[in-house]
Ligand binder design. Sequence first.
Ligand code: VG1
Ligand code: CO
Length: 553
Amino acid sequence: MAIQSISTHSFAGQRPGTSGLRKKVTVFMQPNYLENFVQALFDVLSGIDAEGQRGTALQGQTLVLGGDGRYHNRAAVQTILKLAAANGVAKVLLGQGGILSTPAVSAVVRRRAALGGIVLSASHNPGGAEGDFGIKYNANNGGPANETLTEAVYARTQVLTELRMSDAPDINLNPLGVQMLEQMQVEVIDPVADYLEVMRSLFDFDQLRGLFQTGFTLRVDAMNAVGGPYAKAILEDVLGAPAGSVVNAVPLEDFGGLHPDPNPVNATDLIDHMSAPNAPDFGAAMDGDADRNMVVGRNFVVSPSDSLALMTAHAKLIPGYRHGLLGVARSMPTSAAVDRVAKALGLPCFETPTGWKFFGNLLDAGQVTLCGEESYGTGSSHVREKDGLWAILFWLSLQAATGKSVQTLVQEHWRIYGRNYYTRHDYEAIAVDVANALMVDLRASLPGLVGQRFGQRTVAAADDFAYTDPVDGSISNHQGVRLLFDDGARVIFRLSGTGTEGATLRLYLERYEANPALHAVPVQTALADLAAVAEQVAGICARTGMAAPSVAT
Ligand code: VG1
Ligand code: CO
């Protein structure tokens, strides 16, 4: 066994997007593609100087490593271990079998005071040999690296010429305990243990056991992804939910052909079960890396934006939040439902760009406790990622504490705070130049839109969302084009930063309805006039040739 110096050449396009570097598996399998990115990361973490001299900051350090189990996960783990061993890392905490959910990586980094963690996942993107792969670095707070770090890594990918890598044979990823790779310890850990302890510290497990003893039924669809082992261990083994409550619980390399994106369009089997006559009391699904969640009642789907608002309103019912919340944050396109609750409770409420990395500073600075995104993501200060199973335990606890169903909880919430009708329309796999031109033209038209009337509404403001981080003052521009109407309605356009095929245009529509008599309108009907405004302003159909979105959630 020896450390090798291997010459390499740079690859274009290794700039991380909304959540790490995501590409087709075939791109990641090119010789040195993954190696380059990881070497660039290690170079930056080592404290490399302007002359390209690597520093010593990785020496003696511990990193956490694991992924969602998708195709290429195991091979990537072996590659990263060999790079880590050659770059002076002292120890890697590796999830057994190469498995760790995204929130679990965050939990392990924090509990074990690691330097950071590497998450192998393309999250909600499809898996398998033809699907996507991804890699993301989380810093010592357990959260996604900030843009300064990801930019530095990207810059390094463009100039690096040498990989440092051990030529040792592959290690066995399965037995728990310590193995040596060169001078580096690899400790294979139980992927669930640390995470379970964090959940135990937040929720009343006896109360949840009691809930299941009363005959409460649930169906949690792990979509053949990494949430399965966590949900099974915690819900069934520890809390006593009926065996079989967690379905599709074994992580498969291709997710069994499912698209592990927990929304009503992709989790149709769950929706069917929840609308059957003998439906369970509660349903939920998670995504590929178990950081997203969809909450479903009997015949009733909860909007993620409403979920955040409702969690905020009821947080004191949960032991981990019984002393109240410091504040809340939502991504800009997420509906303003939570803003109303924050206002009523006198809580600070922040609006950030899309992507969990923007919540990190607010959480670290103790300015917020709960965060959420419209894309089926909610989480809190317990880790620095959104957390699917945490959200499920939160909703189960609310039902246990109140004795109310999902539907009753949400409808009561609307009666108190009003309803923010909300939908997102995705136009997928558009030609990149078409998508870019649409956004450029839209930006150019913004000044002229202010003051224009569309039906009953007038555009009160139109801008391209820019964010100044209140903690470190960093500025992020071009985070989404917004039309803000005088009645509070919003139409938002942005391009996805996680897709791997062409461009994806996301159109977000929202309007507020205070009158409880008007709270039962189908969502797409309630927002049809705003969809028409979006079409009029952006010409999506004319430009893309798509008469309807690929997905509406
Ligand atoms: C999407 C969502 C965003 C989320 C991101 C990562 O990003 O819109 O809210 O944070 O995915 O989630 P984009 O740039 O494609 O809109 V995950 O669970 O895929 O890591
Ligand atoms: Co995810």
